[in-house]
Design a protein around this ligand. Structure first.
Ligand SMILES: C[S@@+](CC[C@H](N)C(=O)[O-])C[C@H]1O[C@@H](n2cnc3c(N)ncnc32)[C@H](O)[C@@H]1O
Length: 383
């Protein structure tokens, strides 16, 4: 799809809706939500992350109506990546590796920040590999990373075995989730898997089916309950654990441990859409034009990693992690505007507390060093 076609939002939405309708018919009339989400986000040329709309940025308005939808930490301030680079540098040295692998690199902003800072620290990686499902973003990443072109390569999938330090900022939340809905209470309620069907042969509508699937925790209370489970995110971590021989991995994202995730009061789940810096809860409209995301269950991520032989290096809030990595020193010459952005990254009521960082490593690579990012305020015991 070229950008002219994408400039006509209705055409993306109707082509994607037709693709979803076809998938529903092929599946016998009902598509589980995770398959719907995979098409809505990643269908080649059409899905939200596969089409050419701008997505990332600080402003909803852009050139010719092509504004952005949301902002991520590396888009807010380059000092995010410059600070994270200190953790990456330590992990490269401690694990005796010389490669960085970034999943879901967006515009390439974080890669640029990491490469600039690692170079300044005298620890430029031998190779920086970007693994992204999105082909359209790859062009943007190539443009952003032109000055590090000799080190950056792209991969469509992970090799069977590899070494290095893995980074993923806001990647786990973009992986398709399954939706579970309990009708009624803890004792007499029935669980359904929520999917998508065609209401009148054309329009998309929610459709629930009885299921044996359950959230990882019992949900107390007499009320209806809607939530998500994350088999794809957990399978991703298991694959990573099976293939990363030496090194470490750091994932940064919004989410909670499972006791908080499946708290009785969180009865509407965490699924949310973002478009033009506004959020809504209806993924069935404006297909391809808005991001669809769910929070991360970090307990599930930790357990998947441990089941596949990785150790948890640490788990803490983004604010604490960045301070531990030396944000205040990195930002010592920052001006007022930069400081305002940094406050957003660390303040509890902005990104500092909702966003967490989890560190993982193949068991032998976890020995003999303490990652600086978890040096104070490690919350692994809460997972
Ligand atoms: C919310 S964006 C985050 C972009 C960037 N990391 C940032 O912080 O600005 C999510 C990105 O993850 C990518 N993604 C989702 N699932 C992936 C997977 N299994 N492997 C690689 N990339 C993935 C998407 O294509 C998209 O680029």
């Amino acid at each position: 799809m070229n950008i002219d076609t994408v400039n006509q939002p209705g055409s993306v939405t109707s082509a994607l809706r037709e693709r979803v309708a076809e998938a529903i018919r092929e599946a016998g009339g009902w598509l589980p939500f995770d398959r719907f989400m995979a098409i809505a986000l990643y269908e080649p040329g059409l899905g939200y992350y596969a089409n050419a709309t701008p997505k990332f940025g600080q402003m909803p308005e852009g050139v010719a109506g092509q504004g952005s939808d949301f902002v991520t930490a590396p888009e807010l301030s380059p000092l995010f990546g410059h600070t994270l680079a200190r953790q990456v540098a330590q992990a490269l040295a401690a694990t005796g590796t010389d490669e960085v692998w970034e999943f879901g690199a967006g515009t390439g902003a974080l890669a640029l920040q990491l490469l600039d800072a690692l170079t300044a620290l005298g620890q430029a990686p031998r190779r920086y590999t970007i693994v992204d499902l999105s082909g359209s973003l790859r062009e943007r990443q190539q443009a952003t990373l032109a000055r590090h072109a000799d080190r950056v390569v792209w991969a469509d999938r992970l090799p069977a075995v590899f070494d290095g330090v893995v980074i993923g900022n806001e990647v786990l939340d973009a992986m398709p989730v399954q939706l579970l809905r309990r009708v009624g209470g803890q004792d007499d309620g029935t669980w359904h898997e929520r999917g998508v069907a065609l209401a009148d042969g054309v329009s998309l509508a929610w459709a629930d089916r009885p299921t044996a699937l359950r959230p990882p925790l019992d949900i107390e209370g007499p009320h209806d309950y809607l939530t998500e489970i994350h088999p794809q995110g957990e399978a991703f971590v298991r694959t990573l654990a099976e293939r990363l021989v030496r090194g470490a991995a750091f994932f940064i994202d919004y989410g909670f441990p499972e006791a908080e995730y499946y708290h009785p009061q969180r009865h509407m789940g965490t699924l949310i859409c973002h478009r033009a810096h506004r959020s809504d809860d209806d993924p069935l409209t404006d297909l391809g034009l808005k991001d669809i995301t769910a929070h991360v269950n970090f307990t599930g991520i930790a357990l998947a990693a441990q089941d596949a032989g990785m150790a948890v290096l640490g788990y803490t809030s983004q604010g604490r992690f960045l301070i531990n990595c030396g944000l205040l020193e990195v930002a010592k010459d920052a001006g007022p505007r930069e400081n305002a952005m940094l406050s957003k990254l660390v303040n509890e009521h902005e990104m500092g507390e909702l966003f967490k960082v989890i560190g993982l490593a193949p068991a032998p690579s976890a020995e003999g060093w303490d990652p600086i990012g978890f040096s104070a305020g490690d919350r692994t015991h809460r997972l």
